[in-house]
Design a protein around this ligand. Structure first.
Ligand code: PLP
Length: 624
């Protein structure tokens, strides 16, 4: 299990049982309960949910919300901060009904609210939140209809803030508020000059896409004052980017925002809310570093730093402490979902057994390659590598010119592979591995074909090279003797996982077990609860996977609280504007014509139509 760094990235929510299975260590009201993922898979099978399955762990949604709220509460208590924390979950991070419902249900005790970036998301928030103490934060571009919805929410007693992304939005907010006779709650998104590291660095700094610069901020104050609405300006917002790796940048951003806060109070804006947006990062690769897939701080440290930075800045000016708001998405839901899939096949890059001696009619180049193979030793690996590559190329050229036979070429390729494998085996004995040989283990790694689509289920791994922890979920008492990369079902050369979390992070191959004949081999991709579901697409028409939500009880029994069958083939075809019935009719007439032409019998036709119809109802993934 150490190979996969599970203790580093799991935050204690997953571990390995004595039997070698990955277990969910679910916090419950009466303590921790452990259940193995293979047991959950058995339950899924009984319910007709085949692989791949996206598994949601409800206990973890609850735990993450309480961790965030309790950590802020602790930091506030310890420092004597004179206000409270309010969370607002950004709906875009996981819009699924069941997830939002659970966040709203469990978050009610903490007045945990929702952040909406569009009309559709605001409509979800309005229908889901029951507690009027919870905040609704409206980001994104807003038209009159969006603003009207938000104003109605204020009338209903919700604290629904319009965060201005541009100056032009303000005129519309004022106009609609006059028309409806409802005062708005206004926030401003600041464009801070603090820049952060990581993939989302461009969300911060002068050229960030969103937010108002200082000049525009002054205009907002003037316009609101002229409209007698300055008292509505109650929230200051900034978002430095998602997955901020370094706590020092977060502190710097908060300090810069505090300067604006102080000045705005001086201008007569009442404020009272400081919204830090998202950015609270999680440790995908288990390195606790600023690698970009990790972070150099804990949730607890984040809360303490934020609280202290605001407190210290404002105390100097005798300004009342604001309500602290964050829109943490990733940190709330990433841990709560696992993609489970089975392995369908493996390609090995290994030679077949070599002959004892070479056939007498061998070409000289094959003899040279054979000799190079016998000469491979640790002291001259680079030299051997050069020789092996040289003779391989010579043999390929000879084949292209018709100077050696197919069988001789096959023998040459086989000797070449044997040479590379021998070099890879000796690599660890070298003091310093030459640059050219560094990627050799990856070039020779097995390809394990997984029953899933990267584009549908792990789009960030393709789009931004996000590392997700991947590991077998069973057989962890056996040594994984193979090194592999994982390919998906799409016929796209980008459809693969090729960077893995491990003790060192960012490894280019993953240690896996050989497959036992007649047995399924299951892998899990962890920490996939944030962003992946919504960003996924229909590449090669692989649709939504089956989804199951489970709740683990204190006695380690499992409640399958929600099951959702993934897209059928008819579903995905209709997404791209095919009418499945029309397709069936077209296929029927093709088969009919074949009967008329005497190519197939009527019985064949019946069989084909039944199979076509059955496939339309079937799962888009590989079915055993
Ligand atoms: N708030 C805003 C305005 C965002 O743009 C984002 C995401 O980029 C978030 C919150 C959520 O960020 P995270 O998932 O890093 O918490």
């Amino acid at each position: 299990a150490e190979l996969y760094g599970i203790d580093e990235w799991s935050n204690g929510y997953f571990g390995v049982s004595d039997a070698g299975d990955v277990q969910v260590k679910a916090p419950t009201a009466e303590g921790e309960a452990a259940v193995s993922l293979t047991e959950i898979i058995d339950g899924l099978k009984q319910r007709g949910l085949d692989m791949p399955v996206l598994l949601r762990l409800e206990n973890l949604i609850d735990t993450r919300i309480s961790t965030l709220n309790e950590s802020f509460a602790d930091a506030i208590r310890m420092s004597g901060y004179q206000n409270h924390y309010r969370g607002a979950f950004p709906i875009k991070v996981n819009q699924q009904n069941h997830v939002i419902a659970e966040i709203a249900r469990f978050g009610e005790r903490y007045n945990h609210g929702l952040e909406a970036g569009s009309k559709a998301e605001l409509m979800i928030a309005l229908a889901t939140l029951k507690n009027r103490e919870s905040l609704i934060i409206c980001n994104g571009y807003k038209d009159a209809e969006f603003i009207d919805l938000g104003l109605q929410a204020c009338k209903l007693g919700f604290k629904c803030f319009f965060v201005l992304e541009t100056l032009t939005e303000l005129a519309l907010v004022i106009e609609r508020s006059r028309v409806l006779g409802i005062e708005p709650l206004v926030g401003v998104r600041l464009k801070l000059s603090t820049k952060v590291e990581g993939h989302w660095a461009e969300d911060s700094g002068d050229r960030s896409l969103f937010g108002l610069n200082t000049n525009e901020l002054v205009n907002v104050v003037d316009i609101l004052r002229d409209a007698n609405l300055l008292h509505c300006f109650q929230l200051l917002h900034f978002h430095l980017g998602s997955q901020i790796p370094n706590i020092r940048s977060i502190r710097a951003g908060v300090l810069e925002a505090c300067r604006y806060y102080i000045e705005l109070i001086g201008e007569g804006a009442p404020l009272g809310y400081m919204d830090l947006g998202g950015g609270l990062a999680i440790d995908y690769d288990g390195t606790s570093s600023t690698s970009g897939h990790s972070r150099n701080y804990s949730v607890k440290e984040y809360c303490i730093d934020v609280v202290e930075a605001i407190q210290e800045s404002l105390d100097e000016h005798d300004i009342a402490h604001p309500v602290i708001v964050t829109e943490s998405g990733r940190a709330t839901v990433a841990h709560t979902a696992i993609l489970l899939f089975n392995i369908l096949d493996i390609t090995h890059f290994e030679p077949s057994p070599l002959p004892e001696t070479l056939p007498s009619d061998c070409h000289e180049m094959i003899e040279n390659l054979w000799h190079s193979l016998s000469e491979i030793k640790t002291s001259s690996l680079q030299e051997s590598y050069n020789d092996v590559i040289y003779y391989r190329d010579q043999i390929r050229d000879l084949f292209h010119r018709g100077d050696i036979s197919l069988r001789n070429r096959a023998l040459g390729e086989n000797i070449y592979l044997a040479g590379l494998q021998k070099i890879v085996q000796l690599l660890p004995q070298m003091k310093r591995i030459p640059a050219e040989l560094e990627t050799l283990p990856q070039q020779l790694a097995d390809i394990y074909y997984g029953n899933f689509s990267v584009f549908q289920s792990l789009p960030d791994s393709w789009a931004i090279e996000q590392v997700f922890p991947v590991m077998p979920i069973h057989r962890l008492n056996e040594e994984p003797t193979r090194q592999a990369i994982i390919a998906d079902l799409t016929c796209d050369c980008d459809g693969k996982l090729k960077k893995f979390a491990g003790p060192h992070g960012d490894a280019s191959t993953l240690a896996l077990h050989p497959i036992n004949v007649g047995e399924e081999y299951y892998l899990g991709v962890f920490l996939v609860g944030a962003y992946q579901e919504t960003l996924g697409d229909l590449h090669n028409l692989f649709g939504d996977t089956n989804v199951a939500s489970v709740r683990i009880n204190a006695d380690s029994t499992i409640d399958f609280v929600h099951e959702l069958h993934g897209d059928s083939i008819a579903d995905v075809l209709s997404y791209v504007e095919y009418d499945p019935n029309a397709l069936y009719q077209q296929f029927r007439s093709t088969a009919e014509q074949a009967v008329r032409d005497g190519i197939i019998t009527i019985a064949d036709r019946q069989q084909m139509l039944a199979a076509y119809s059955e496939s339309l109802r079937g799962y888009t993934y590989f079915e055993r």
